[in-house]
Design a protein around this ligand. Structure first.
Ligand code: EPU
Length: 300
């Protein structure tokens, strides 16, 4: 049986060969993945990981692609995406259980509707719940680890487990999931406290409005570079005159210089080449080497 046929027997979600990645990323670029597999339950994911482990197949999990720059040559191996059932958001005060594919902003909105406080800090950050856990995302209003009771995972050997908060190894913008690649986050449970839903909703709305006013709309992966300690990457890039620079269909946003946009049918190479030109310019002028905040994946 072909690998494609075997994969179709393991999962009930979409299975495809040579699947273009562009539609799965916010930047809207990226060549084909050898195999694309959408899993519809933890059991399917566990069975898939057993198969992958037994066959030593290369694999990668993608979330909602908010922060990925996939190369034009695409990705070798099996790309796994968590399907619709992983968007679950279940409220059982004071607990909220939600799936790794749920948008963290939506979880925060639903918490507010139920007068539950604790996710307003992270509820203004783009991306999925899984990504927010990996990054220990948050703002000065609070980080996700403060309310995380437990995290359900499937291991790379197909074992299902539930980790306590302590086992997640959270620290500032960090968690064990950044170095321990053996675990796929499937669900999380949050222990919330009683709050004023209307005030929380108003806070979420005002932060989002501020973001809409100061950050460009359109195809982007958010901030392209990390802020160097004590500095703003956007300010640096603007300061060295890169705002508006173009490469093919890619452009340094004239609104916020840390956004490299897919302005007009850019390729991944356009975006990468422009980003490298910007890095060189900042290096030459300030002797500061900007680090990528977006994740570069695939064959370059
Ligand atoms: N600035 C400029 N020119 C620019 C952009 C910014 O001079 O082109 C100045 C601003 O005026 C401000 C300072 O730089 O004085 C900082 O800018 P901003 O407030 O926009 O924040 P940031 O540090 O650039 C960070 C996060 C963003 C997040 C915002 C708001 C990083 C790398 N970026 O941006 O996150 O949305 O704060 O909370 O940490 C992302 O994660 O993808 C992202 C965009």
């Amino acid at each position: 049986m072909s690998q494609l046929e075997t994969l179709k027997q393991i999962v009930t979600g979409r299975v495809a060969k040579d699947e273009p990645m562009a539609p799965y990323t916010a930047l809207g670029v990226g060549g084909p993945a050898d195999y694309f597999v959408e899993v519809m339950s933890e059991d399917e994911l566990a069975a898939l990981m057993c198969y992958i482990y037994e066959n030593s197949a290369p694999w990668m999990i993608i979330g909602d692609g908010a922060n990925l720059l996939v190369s034009d040559k695409g990705i070798r191996g099996i790309i796994i995406k968590l399907g619709e059932p992983f968007k679950l958001i279940e409220v059982n005060p004071p607990f909220i259980k939600a799936g790794a594919s749920a948008r963290i902003s939506k979880v925060a909105d639903i918490a507010a509707q139920n007068d539950l406080s604790g996710l307003e800090g992270v509820g203004t950050v783009p991306g999925s719940l899984g990504g927010a856990i990996v990054m220990n995302a948050g703002t000065h209003r609070g980080y996700i680890d403060e309310v995380t009771e437990s995290v359900s995972i499937v291991t790379d050997q197909g074992e299902k487990r539930v980790l306590s908060n302590k086992e997640c190894g959270f620290s500032y913008r960090n968690s064990r999931f950044q170095w321990d690649k053996s675990m796929i986050i499937t669900f999380a449970a949050f222990k919330m406290s009683k709050g004023d839903g209307e005030a929380i909703a108003a806070h979420l709305e005002s932060v989002r409005q501020h973001r809409d006013e100061t950050q460009p709309q359109g195809k982007s992966a958010g901030c392209f570079f990390k802020n160097p300690p004590g500095l703003s990457a956007g300010k640096l890039v603007e300061g060295v005159g890169c705002k508006g620079w173009q490469e093919g269909g890619a452009m340094v946003s004239p609104i916020h210089a840390n956004f490299i946009m897919n302005a007009d049918n850019a390729t991944a190479s356009d975006l990468y080449n422009l980003a490298e030109r910007v890095r060189m310019q900042v290096l030459e002028v300030h002797d500061i080497e900007l680090e990528y905040e977006v994740r570069l994946v695939g064959e370059w």
